[in-house]
Design a protein around this ligand. Structure first.
Ligand code: ZN
Length: 386
């Protein structure tokens, strides 16, 4: 392998790395290649660790679209904030959470530092993105200024916002409009880097063509960075720091410029509950399956419900989970799905099955005992006709 070939191998490896997307637990990615068929990705299905896993964005033109939705990472009540959420939109284990509780009476200051949320100068939670950390801080700052009865209305309104399917649709339309130029340039850059450049070098030789090729590369990455900056400013007006970092990286790294549209799409839907994106994007059957697992977990999360022994923390967890479940069931009803019907018990897989787990639906040959995968939830026996 000569040096030019080695250069392309390195370029391809770097591009592959750019396609890899780290998903923190508590998040669900929704991706499409040609813009029609969407599928959901959880961090547990891929290479990863206890905090998350990788997924691969569609690597070939037209480079696809990737949105990431998050469950809100804090439990909020009118009394305080708990850095723990018992429910889990992903199959399997929960993300690591501190369980720290701060009452609003004691909350003096909340601020974001990158992906960290700091309360009274100490770490409350690490979010999956700087945007989500900012959202958490904005909510805390808003709630702490209000009296308890007013907080109730704000909490309900914020929760409704996470299930606003019409807002997802509007944002998606706007994204399509804003990303058009960036997507065109990213695709062009991919074709240029992996098609035009090798063909020209093969035909004319490296020495006589490198300067012209380099000029083309600089022109394309510069145009991508410019269009990215404009689209980012329109879609994320408050994210100046991220805009500066992304634009600079796109200018300096052609493989990052080839995936510039991902940096525009990934955080766009992070304020919505994954159920909302599943409704808008997934085919009906996939949505029902997705909704069933989310709702089973909401109704019966894995144990423990709260790792913090303080009564105020447990109460905040209970109230926040109750509000989330009620909003999710209302959302499903509006989508024509009856929650009780969706969560009906499974049929026994064979005649030896005596019980099932109410959360993960694993089946057992003995009725007594618990489900270890769900933190020790009691098994439920099948009915006499089951
Ligand atoms: Zn289970």
């Amino acid at each position: 392998m000569n040096e030019v070939q080695l250069l392309f191998v390195v370029l391809a490896a770097l591009y592959g790395w750019e396609c890899a997307c780290w998903l923190r637990r508590g998040a669900v990615a929704f991706s499409t290649w040609l813009g029609t068929g969407w599928r959901a990705w959880h961090p547990d299905t891929l290479v990863g660790n206890q905090n998350g896993g990788f997924m691969l964005a569609p690597p070939l033109p037209p480079l696809g679209t990737l949105f990431v939705a998050n469950q809100f990472p804090l439990s909020l009540s009118t009394e305080g904030v708990l850095a723990f959420v018992a429910t889990n939109v992903n199959p399997g284990w929960r993300p690591a959470q501190s369980g720290r509780f701060v009452s609003f009476d004691d909350l003096r200051e909340a601020r974001a530092h990158g992906i960290k949320v700091l309360v009274n100068g100490e770490l409350l939670i690490k979010c999956s993105s700087a945007g989500l950390a900012r959202r958490c801080v904005e909510q805390l700052q808003q709630l702490v200024r209000l009296q308890a009865p007013e907080r109730e209305a704000v909490l309900a309104e914020n929760l409704r916002g996470a299930f606003d399917a019409a807002a997802v649709d509007r944002l998606r339309q706007e994204f399509r409009r804003r990303v058009r130029a960036v997507r065109g340039l990213s695709n062009g850059l991919l074709g240029y880097g992996f098609g035009v450049v090798p063909a020209v070098i093969w035909h004319f030789g490296f020495k006589s063509s490198w300067l012209g090729l380099l000029g083309g590369l600089i022109g394309l990455t510069g145009a991508t960075a410019f269009c990215f900056y404009r689209a980012h400013r329109a879609l994320y007006p408050k994210a100046e720091d991220e805009r500066f970092t992304h634009t600079l990286t796109i200018l300096l790294a052609p493989t990052t410029a080839m995936r510039a549209h991902d940096a525009l799409s990934r955080p766009l839907m992070e304020g919505f509950h994954p159920l909302t994106l599943a409704k808008v994007l997934l085919p009906e059957n996939d949505f029902r399956e997705f909704a069933r697992r989310v709702l089973l977990d909401l109704r019966q999360p894995a144990l423990p419900f709260c790792p913090n022994d303080s009564p105020a923390a447990s109460e905040t967890e209970r109230l926040a989970r109750g509000a989330l479940q009620s909003e999710a069931e209302k959302f499903l009803k509006a989508a024509g799905i009856e929650s009780d019907q969706l969560c009906r018990p499974p049929l026994p897989a064979d005649e030896t099955c005596r019980a099932y787990c109410p959360r993960c639906q694993a089946q057992f040959t003995t009725a007594e005992g618990t489900c270890a995968d769900c933190g020790g939830l009691a098994r439920k026996p099948f009915g006499p006709t089951g």
